[in-house]
Design a protein around this ligand. Sequence first.
Ligand code: FES
Length: 115
Amino acid sequence: MGKHVVCSVDDLPIGSMNSFKAGAIRVVVYHLDKGFFATQALCTHTLGPLARGEIVEGCQVQCPLHRARFDIATGAVVRWASFPPGIQLLNVVRGAKTLRTFPVAIRNGKVEVTA
Ligand code: FES
């Protein structure tokens, strides 16, 4: 674990997210109304790139592939894969799994992720 500066605060307006390398780990950093957060970059379902998904309800990320939703602050699954219809059959072998989250700090206008 180490602290890694990934971008400037100005690079991520409120309501946006982007993917960055934090040391050896790729993360997505989110700027929400309640601050900055970071999760692993790939969905725990079948590795969908979360940064290409959407922030929904102001606090959740929806995966672009099968629309699983995760709580950004905790990584908890809010809704598991649900698209296209029938994807749930796969859930027998790919059960819901929490996203890993990482601490974020703001220092001198820079976003720092511990990963
Ligand atoms: S890869 Fe994210 S929901 Fe399937």
